[in-house]
Ligand binder design. Sequence first.
Ligand code: FES
Length: 167
Amino acid sequence: MQDKMLEQAMANPTNLGEMPDADAVGTVGSADCGDMVRLWLKYRDEDGRRVIDKASFQSFGCQTAIAVASVATEMIRGKTREEVMAMSAQDLSAPLGALPPMKIHCGQMVEGALKAALQGGSAPGNGEASAASPIQVAPSLADALREAGKTTGKLRIVLEPPSSTAP
Ligand code: FES
């Protein structure tokens, strides 16, 4: 059952993509595996509480990080900042079952990006960079990856030109 959920979350992740009207964004990169997760949050007021209305993510990472981000961004909807801050990487990936030891850091990357956003990571254009992120928020994930590559020397980004549709 949980294997099926993992497969499904990998093959068809939910909440994938940038959120232009986000209230906060958090980014975390791993110098070890070279992967990166960025997560956006939008809040709403509900019965006098500020809760997460929606969340989305982008990941230049392994399939496991994508699967965890997919289920985590669903799981946190309707929760307050404090409720989500109390959740561990294990909690956030619980629907997928226990992750193999070599994949535990994938869940921790998602947790890190989420907590960076919760701790005041601002959406691009809102002023401040994500305070908790080891990598400064850049206008796009590709820019952030490029910056990470400069810092760690472990990433090589090759951007392909868009294919022309002109006749
Ligand atoms: Fe690095 Fe999964 S291997 S995030």
